[in-house]
Unconditional design. Structure first.
Length: 362
């Protein structure tokens, strides 16, 4: 048995290691990032298959799936609705009946796109990976693996928005929709790109105020709309049914809402400096604004809000490192400490939803 304290100490050590790794030359950075992503893929792929949420359902679907030689278009996945992901399962099943290999292949494929995204976009890629582990890995790679793979692909192809490759990005979203229906959340970024429109600072400030107002005073209406949504039913039916203990499990006291709001406000306030550092500034901000609004307005459906807002929340892996880069190198000790404490707290906060980490934890 691995004590819980060991996991927390290991995460803090990895965070400190990332600071040193991001100071290396680009080639060495890429090697370290690649090895770290392979290590995370191994952890996710070899997790306890019976003690992680959602994993037993994926295991059951894999065990009952046909191989490619016996596959039919009439075949239906067990436990989810997306045929595209099921076809991926069928391809893997053609080569192996081993569930551990199946989960490891999915993890490797997902972390390949995470690696490519961090390598392309993040000014400090190892810090970006630390943010990913703290905020997203426990819920995604260890449980929600369909959405996790779709999100990783969408994020890695974000450059198409900046380069105005609209049809190519649309096809990426269409592919990812076949992996998980929540990929539709990426449509606003495509629309804003086609319209060549960047949400202004004033619109973000006003939008946040309106979002909090709706959440506070019209949450019941939002709850009814979500509860009657066929798309929401397809994505997370067990979480929006009356009587579900997770259906109405949160409100504006959710600390992640305030975390995202603060990050968005900081990123917006420093627009003049940050947009000179990266040509993706407005892409990140447009997307993160959409994520934050969803998280606030849908707060009464905590799990559905998290699952829909999480796609663009992934840009924190790029946003937070750029916020750090605002400080001169000699003055980053305090910012690094604040980020380290914050990420560790978020890691701990995500612990209950993850149930267990890696294999067996006391």
């Amino acid at each position: 048995m691995i004590p819980k304290i060991f996991v927390f100490v290991a995460y803090v050590a990895f965070f400190l290691f990332s600071i040193a790794a991001d100071g290396q030359r680009k080639k060495m950075q890429n090697y370290i990032l690649l090895l770290s992503c392979l290590l995370m893929a191994y952890f996710a792929g070899t997790r306890d298959q019976m003690r992680w949420g959602d994993t037993p359902a994926y295991l059951d679907d894999f065990l009952w799936a046909n191989d490619i030689f016996h596959y039919s278009l009439l075949d239906r996945p067990n436990g989810y609705v997306e045929g595209g992901y099921h076809f991926l399962v069928v391809i893997i099943k053609t080569f192996t009946d081993n569930p551990t290999i199946y989960f490891t292949v999915i993890s490797l494929l997902t972390f390949f796109f995470i690696f490519r995204g961090l390598q392309r976009y993040s000014i400090y890629p190892m810090l970006g990976l630390c943010i990913y582990i703290s905020r997203f890995m426990l819920g995604r790679n260890m449980m929600q693996i369909r959405a996790c793979l779709a999100i990783a692909i969408i994020i890695s192809f974000t450059y198409m928005v900046k380069e105005k490759k609209w049809w190519a990005y649309f096809l990426v979203l269409l592919l990812c929709y076949q992996l998980h229906h929540s990929s539709l959340v990426a449509a606003p970024l495509l629309l804003l790109g086609v319209l060549n429109y960047n949400v202004s600072r004033k619109q973000i400030y006003v939008g946040l105020i309106i979002s909090f107002f709706i959440a506070q005073f019209f949450g019941g209406y939002v709850r009814n709309i979500v509860g009657n949504s066929e798309w929401a039913m397809d994505m997370a039916s067990s979480y929006i049914q009356e009587g579900s203990e997770k259906a109405f499990s949160n409100d504006l006291t959710n600390p992640v809402i305030w975390f995202q709001t603060i990050v968005l406000l900081m990123f917006t306030y420093n627009e003049d400096r940050l947009k000179k550092m990266t040509g993706y500034y407005f892409v990140y901000r447009n997307a993160y604004f959409v994520s934050t609004v969803i998280l606030i307005v849908m707060c009464q459906y905590a799990v559905v809000a998290a699952r829909t807002s999480t796609l663009f929340a992934t840009f924190e892996c790029m946003i937070i490192p750029y916020l750090l880069a605002l400080f001169p190198k000699k003055e980053r000790t305090v910012p690094y400490a604040i980020i380290g404490v914050g990420l560790t707290l978020l890691f701990i906060l995500n612990w209950p939803s993850a149930l267990l980490f890696i294999w067996n934890i006391e």
